[in-house]
Design a protein around this ligand. Structure first.
Ligand code: ITT
Length: 190
């Protein structure tokens, strides 16, 4: 039986990945744009969990369970930045191509990086629940592939999966978001 759930995101890449994953366990996943909800929540928190909560809570009066995803790219040689500000970082540098060129230039000595994801789920009459995932890996010396979104073309997970070349399924199997989604799906199936 299909159950409906709202993913409080405007990010099409995140939505594609979550939809593909959760449809396998019987969920129809709506994104904000599917419901013509164009409100953009101010991410004023100082942790992924706080921002994820703000994004889910803003839509929790709608007649669906709602979840959100706050995620980020943490680069060792940049002291863990851009992290919480990964989307803004690319905007400020003039787009992802420029941001990736900048990162590649700064990571020749130390290429360690990781992606983190925190999902916040709010169901009617219940407190928020959090599901986390991370994936360690390295920054590639040049861009590879055009799959995925955001910083994917310069990331290779520690088990050797290049996110810009991987299929959606393969990326999800190894990614921060896939790991958090697995915990969410396990909880929802209980
Ligand atoms: P929503 O808030 O609407 O969900 P957003 O893109 O603004 O969309 P975040 O604030 O969580 O979401 O920013 C996360 C950023 O981190 C995202 O825009 C990418 O720049 C980067 N990122 C997160 N997961 C990624 C992934 O799987 N592949 C590549 N980049 C990713």
């Amino acid at each position: 039986m299909n159950q409906e759930i709202l993913f409080a995101t405007h990010n099409k890449g995140k939505l594609r990945e979550a939809r593909a994953f959760l449809s396998k366990v019987g969920y129809v996943v709506y994104g904000l744009d599917d419901l013509f909800l164009d409100e953009k929540v101010t991410e004023s928190g100082s942790t992924y969990a706080e921002n994820a909560y703000l994004k889910a809570q803003a839509f929790s009066t709608l007649p669906f369970p709602v979840f959100s995803d706050d995620s980020g790219f943490e680069i060792a040689s940049l002291g863990g930045k851009p992290g919480l500000h990964s989307a803004r970082f690319a905007e400020e540098l003039g787009g992802y191509d420029k941001a990736m060129d900048f990162i590649v230039g700064k990571t020749r000595q130390d290429d360690r990086a990781l992606f983190r994801c925190t999902i916040c789920l709010i169901e009617k009459g219940k407190g928020p629940r959090y599901f986390e995932g991370e994936v360690k890996g390295r920054i590639l010396p040049e861009r590879h592939g055009t799959n995925g979104f955001g910083y994917d073309p310069i990331f290779e997970s520690e088990d050797g999966v290049r996110f810009g070349e991987a299929s959606e399924e393969e990326k999800t199997l190894h990614s921060h978001r896939g790991r958090a989604l697995l915990k969410l799906a396990t909880y929802l199936a209980i």
